[in-house]
Write a protein that binds this ligand. Structure first.
Ligand code: ACO
Length: 321
């Protein structure tokens, strides 16, 4: 059977790391408050010369290197972002140009924190129908550019970064590697709980992120528990068979609550929110790369990806590495 197989992954972070203590020098907050409510200890913030496309390109180069592949073999780039370099062209096309692999398909996907799950499912469908043989799926963000640095309830929560995987269509056995199942959802009724208050067609400005944190928290735990059950059922896999969960890194309390609802031991959950904060679409591939590079996730492991974000949008995917 034809499946999309993860050949390699990579990630990139801005040069500048900002600890909670450093943030507390310019925002009315404290290391204790941030750690206790979110688990975040530091985040990386892009400087002027670092953009979503430069971070994405670096992550993509590292994913290609890990896959042992050349950019010329990539026929499809799907890039998830809510903070593109420009309103258009798509940031994916800028990455394509920087990698020097023009001619194939390249476009962006906007599903905010679930963007990487949406991008991976889209690339998977396109690979399995033969539209390309190999794809780069990238999540990349510079959320620091859309934060209201006067709003302590949101600005402490986010960071910048990028992560990428190389997916390749391969003919594999039933118990072989690849994406086994994915599920995506959206419910536009909840826009006002998490949104950016600007845009080209409304205010003509970029806008700033606005969030009702408590309501987002409540919806995230319920929606994620449900979608994880759906994907496990689709793939015919029990939650206890999953080797690793690589979740969207919004907040350690959401991660703990979701794991508890599913009876998953916390040591199976890859946590990087302490190091990177919430990097939106970049957080899942960034966390994957950390756990692959430190040797936790190995070939053959069964890995669950999950995310929920503005819209609301949410989704999950089960992958054999
Ligand atoms: N530093 C210090 N104090 C703060 C800060 C801060 N950065 N932010 C808020 N406070 C204060 C508030 O002013 C309030 O003070 P008051 O009681 O005197 O009015 C107090 O802390 C409690 O504020 P709440 O907003 O009620 O705090 P809560 O316990 O709900 O925690 C948080 C806030 C961390 C945002 C929580 O609601 C949460 O985790 N929500 C999930 C949202 C999330 O993670 N979103 C990410 C994007 S969506 C996604 O990726 C899924």
């Amino acid at each position: 059977m034809i499946r999309s197989v993860i050949r390699g992954c990579g990630s990139a972070l801005p040069r500048t790391c900002v600890t909670n203590a450093e943030l507390a020098e310019r925002v009315d907050t404290s290391d204790d408050w941030i750690v206790e409510r979110t688990g975040i200890r530091q985040r990386y913030i892009a400087q002027d010369d670092e953009t979503t496309s430069t971070l994405a390109t670096e992550a993509a180069r590292r994913a290609l290197e890990a896959a042992g592949m050349d950019a010329s073999e990539i026929g499809l780039i799907v890039l998830a972002t809510a903070t593109p370099d420009h309103t258009f062209p798509a940031t994916a096309t800028q990455v394509q140009a920087a990698l020097g692999c023009g001619g194939g398909i390249a476009f962006d996907v906007a599903a905010v924190c679930s963007g990487f799950l949406y991008a991976m499912a889209t690339a998977d469908a396109m690979l399995r129908t033969g539209m390309a043989k190999a794809a780069l799926v990238i999540g990349a963000e510079t959320f620091s550019r859309i934060l209201d640095w006067e709003d302590r309830t949101t600005c402490v929560l986010f960071g910048d970064g990028a992560g990428a995987i190389v997916l390749e269509a391969q003919d594999v056995a039933q118990d072989g590697p690849g994406i086994l199942a994915s599920k995506l959802h959206a419910d536009g009724a909840h826009k006002d709980m998490l949104y950016v208050d600007g845009g080209p067609s409304t205010t003509g400005t970029v806008g700033k992120l606005r969030m009702k944190g408590r309501e987002v928290f409540r919806h995230a735990v319920v929606n994620l528990a449900e979608v994880l059950k759906e994907v496990s059922a689709d793939a015919g896999i029990a939650a206890s068979d999953v080797d690793w969960v690589v979740p969207h890194q919004a907040n350690s309390r959401i991660l703990d609550a979701t794991a508890r609802k599913l009876d998953l031991p916390p040591e199976k959950v890859v946590v990087t929110v302490d190091q990177h904060a919430n990097t939106s679409a970049a957080s899942v591939p960034l966390a994957l790369d950390v756990a692959v590079k430190d040797g936790r996730i190995k070939p053959g492991d069964l890995v669950m990806f999950e995310a929920m974000g503005g819209g609301f949008t949410w989704g999950a995917a089960l992958v054999r590495m």
